[in-house]
Design a protein around this ligand. Structure first.
Ligand code: SF4
Length: 426
């Protein structure tokens, strides 16, 4: 076989493929270079390009370095099969190990630019089911309001940034009217989350987006409305009269993770301080430990956050605490890869999680139990739950699970609304 002719044909095909086109120049050159040496098939080259994308994003040495090192150690002619197997082992080894995050020099981190907020008059429905809920997982039947589309916080694991990449954030022009027309059954209770396609608070009350939702909450006492944020933009909520069926939850993660993967968000301390400030106003707050990430040193970092939360708040001030982790659907993985951002969120085992990709159940048990056990003094007084997890994971962490999602929904609603009724909003 004329290897050069053979490889030229494969490379011509590869150069039209999105996976290869998406590589940075250096990685492209590396793939071309190694294809001179071995008779890789098109699929081999495509697979190596995917691995090269991951290694670049994870800040690891590239595919070519990995092969050359192997060649030096082996010191013999290698078959393409041996070479591919070695690269895959290396890649899978990294995915199975804890992520390593180095301390970040914050001056070198580029924060995402604020996005322009604009009004939109799309025909879309604003009310729907939680977009990631599934029959196959134990779910809380959360409903969502899609008031704002697009987010400028730029979390590397979030698919919202890949859906709304036009650089804008849109607020529905007819939001108040659409909210008023949601056909709620007055004999039912609803837990509604604001911010399906954005952060609930980051744009504040621009275009009246918060006022419209507060009015909706005020007019529907059978709902509990949750604002969910990674910002500390609570100024509007502090100066506004709030209905007592509204509560605000913060996603919490260790500062090291925030520095690496949540570039445009408020720091951990700013989030906790914002929660404290609203809590002082008499607003119920909550916390989402989501995603909990398996990295070197994660145990101490998460335990420290739990200690801090328990020292800053009383259980009566905290509506609920959820735990979840990195879980991806295939298109989201491809989209994240296509961003080429430096990020380690795809450096996970990608074990099957009822059709999605995540950590193995063993790792999930470990990370969720680390946080849950640390909250032991609060177990009886605060509603703790897992988000997007199947019953066997619940069982391994809590020792039980809700057999029916309606039971879960009712337990969460009753627990949160009972606390709301005892608080006095000032
Ligand atoms: S448990 Fe999580 S994924 Fe399931 S409905 Fe509730 S918020 Fe959505």
């Amino acid at each position: 076989m004329n290897i050069l002719k053979y490889n030229n044909a494969k490379l011509t095909q590869l150069k039209k493929d999105k996976v290869f086109l998406n590589l940075n120049e250096l990685s492209k050159q590396d793939i071309v270079k190694i294809s001179d040496k071995y008779p890789f098939s098109f699929q081999d080259l495509r697979q190596l390009s995917i691995i090269a994308t991951d290694l670049y994003m994870w800040n690891e040495s590239g595919v070519r370095d990995c092969i050359e090192e192997f060649e030096n150690v082996q010191n013999k002619d290698l078959s393409k099969k041996e070479v591919i197997a070695h690269v895959k082992n290396y890649w899978e080894g990294l995915r199975g190990a804890k992520i390593k995050y180095e301390p970040v020099n914050k001056n070198e981190v580029e924060r995402p630019k604020p996005r322009k907020v604009q009004l939109s008059d799309q025909e879309n429905e604003v009310f729907g089911m939680c977009p990631v809920a599934s029959e196959k997982t134990v779910c809380c039947n959360l409903m969502t309001i899609d008031a704002v589309q697009g987010c400028s916080l730029g979390c590397s694991y979030c698919s919202i940034q890949t859906f709304y990449s036009d650089g804008k954030v849109s607020v529905d022009k007819n939001l108040a009217e659409k909210l008023a027309n949601i056909p709620l059954d007055p004999s039912k209770n609803y837990h509604i989350g604001s911010g399906q396609s954005s952060d609930s608070l980051v744009i504040g009350n621009k275009e009246g987006v918060l006022d419209a939702q507060l009015k909706f909450a005020r007019e529907n006492p059978n709902i509990i409305l949750e604002f969910k944020t990674k910002s500390n933009n609570i100024s509007h909520l502090l100066k506004t009269d709030l209905p007592d069926n509204v509560f605000v939850c913060w996603s919490l993660n260790p500062q090291l993770f925030i520095d690496h993967e949540e570039h445009g968000t408020a720091s951990l301390n700013q989030r906790l301080q914002a929660a404290k400030d609203l809590s002082r106003k008499g607003v119920l707050v909550g916390f989402h430990f989501h995603p909990i990430v398996y990295y070197e040193g994660y145990e101490d970092d998460y335990k420290n956050i739990v200690r801090k939360v328990m020292s800053m708040f009383k259980p009566s001030e905290v509506a609920m605490i959820s735990m979840g982790t990195l879980t991806f659907i295939k298109p989201a993985i491809n989209k994240l890869r296509s961003t080429g951002l430096k990020s380690k969120v795809l450096q996970i085992p990608m074990a099957d999680a009822v059709g999605k990709s995540s950590y193995t159940k063993e790792i999930k048990k470990e990370i969720f139990s680390t946080v849950y056990d640390q909250f032991q003094p609060w177990h009886k007084d605060v509603f703790l739950y897992l988000c997007m997890e199947e019953s066997s994971v619940w069982e391994s962490v809590f020792g039980s699970y809700y057999k029916d999602n309606v039971d879960f929904e009712t337990a969460l609603f009753d627990s949160v609304s009972a606390k709301m009724n005892k608080l006095e909003i000032v």
